[in-house]
Design a protein around this ligand. Structure first.
Ligand SMILES: Cc1ncc(COP(=O)(O)O)c(C=O)c1O
Length: 449
């Protein structure tokens, strides 16, 4: 280390990788289905590079699912802050006692989160916990029972957040009953929606259809609007396929929510913290939500931390919701430094967005299986289809592209039914980005043969 190119000496999975994967499947409850899908056993990582147990070197375009935005093992400034803090204070029951570190982080988060109003923060350890807190704060403050969430959404897998999730049936299989009272409605997906509207050509028509759906099919037929506590949304659907809605979607959604006194909960767990060229992805759409949830990248890949930032007046009474590790001093210090570093990276993300757009957009006309290319900043999704007219999903080609990329030294992750996300760490250089995009196209080409 450091590396300037990938180097795949042994076709993955190599012998050592096979051994660990076998044990993993014996011992670890896992979300990995087929061991051959993405046979990558990572031993160490530096910057934007992974080294597997067989000595192969790969360029990472996953940020370990949007967590390692600052690279690996973490940013040196975050590592320094954590090391210093470790000899001062790590855990001190941040929900029972007080510590200055969580207060500083809360000051920072409430000042940078969208919305010119007073805010508070609930600290936790993960995305699902941040959303569970948002559910409870919404119910408590409004005293309303119902929630609206979008088809394609992923908000977590604990029983409350799972009830909001609607990206893959396997997440819910045999887990019913989850929390009752959630109605799912179509997302403003420009490429694939129930009305077969081309949302790139006709964004207003698409947005109007979604809003009409909520007003007419939900509020006039299923549940009273005045009993809905909140609408949960992802500003760009992540696990659902990196779906970017029309620019005015959330402004229109907010008008609807305001009309009925419904809160808006913006789940920034995957898209937050610089990924889209803004600190919060919703800033690309010009509204201030009532509640924002964060996790993944917040701890800079070093320490798990989640946060729920909400309008101050929604605050439930003390003791109403709490946990053990919230306000963890070490996690707080990591997050503070992370936000400072992320601020400096944001201008680069917009620069790199141009390169991604330039290299990825033409693939749609060049390759028969590339149905859609969409993205903002360093958050790009490519959807694979069997037929461009019928848009039938093509997960086989998608999986093949992921594997062909891996063989060539680029790590990618699928999302949705047949999409791939391209989400390198924000510290990726222009040269590394170009290299990754070249390998990606080679993999797409190879998967067509
Ligand atoms: C948008 C979004 N919300 C919530 C979650 C759940 O986060 P966690 O896995 O930390 O519980 C995820 C995880 O992928 C996510 O992408």
């Amino acid at each position: 280390m450091p590396y300037d190119r990938p180097l795949v000496k042994v076709e993955p999975p190599g012998p050592k990788a096979r051994e660990i994967m076998k044990k993993h499947h014996e011992l670890v409850m896992t979300s990995t289905h087929d061991p051959e899908d993405l046979p990558l056993v990572i031993e160490r990582a530096e910057g934007v590079w992974f080294v597997d147990v067989d000595g192969n070197v790969y360029l990472d375009f996953t940020s370990s699912v949007a967590v390692n935005n600052l690279g690996y093992p973490t940013h040196p400034e975050v590592a320094k802050a954590i090391n210093e803090q470790l000899s001062i204070l790590a855990h001190a029951a941040g929900t029972d006692f007080y510590n200055p570190y969580q207060v500083t982080l809360a000051e920072l988060l409430t000042s940078i989160a969208p919305g010119n109003f007073g805010k508070k923060v609930f600290f936790s350890n993960s995305g699902t916990e941040a959303n569970e807190a948002a559910l409870k704060i919404s119910r408590y403050s409004t005293n309303r029972k119902y929630f609206i969430s979008f088809i394609g959404a992923f908000h977590g897998r604990t029983m409350g957040s799972l009830s909001l999730t609607a990206s893959k049936p396997v997440h819910k299989k045999r887990y019913y009953m989850t929390m009752p009272g959630v109605i799912h409605v179509p997302y403003a997906n420009p490429y694939r929606n129930p009305w077969r509207i081309d949302g790139y050509e006709n964004p207003d028509e698409l947005v109007n259809r979604v809003l009409d759906y909520i007003e007419y099919w939900v509020f006039e037929h299923q549940i009273p609007a005045e009993e809905v506590a909140a609408i949960f949304f992802e500003p760009i659907q992540g696990e659902g396929g990196y779906v970017v809605p029309p620019k005015n979607f959330f402004c229109e959604l907010k008008k609807l929510a305001d009309k009925h006194g419904i809160l808006l909960v913006d789940d920034e767990v995957q898209m937050g913290l610089g990924r889209t060229g803004k600190m919060f992805a919703i800033e690309n759409f010009g509204i201030a939500p009532d509640i924002v949830t964060l996790a993944k990248a917040l701890g800079a890949g070093a320490i798990p931390i989640g946060a729920t930032v909400f309008r101050r007046e929604l605050d439930p009474e003390p003791g109403s919701h709490s946990n053990t590790f919230g306000g963890h001093a070490l996690a707080a210090v990591a997050a503070i430094k992370n936000i400072e570093v992320t601020k400096t990276l944001i201008p680069r993300v917009s620069e790199l967005e141009k390169l991604f757009c330039e290299k990825l957009a033409p693939l749609k006309d060049k390759y028969p299986a590339v149905g859609d290319v969409r993205g903002i900043g360093l958050a790009w999704g490519i959807e694979f289809v069997k037929n461009k007219k019928t848009k039938e999903h093509d997960p086989k080609t998608r999986n093949r592209v992921v594997y062909e990329a891996l063989r060539r030294g680029l790590v990618l992750l699928g999302c949705g039914k047949s999409s791939i996300r391209l989400i390198p760490p924000l510290v990726v250089t222009e040269e590394q980005a170009k290299l990754g995009l070249e390998i990606f196209e080679e993999a797409v080409k190879a998967a067509h043969h």
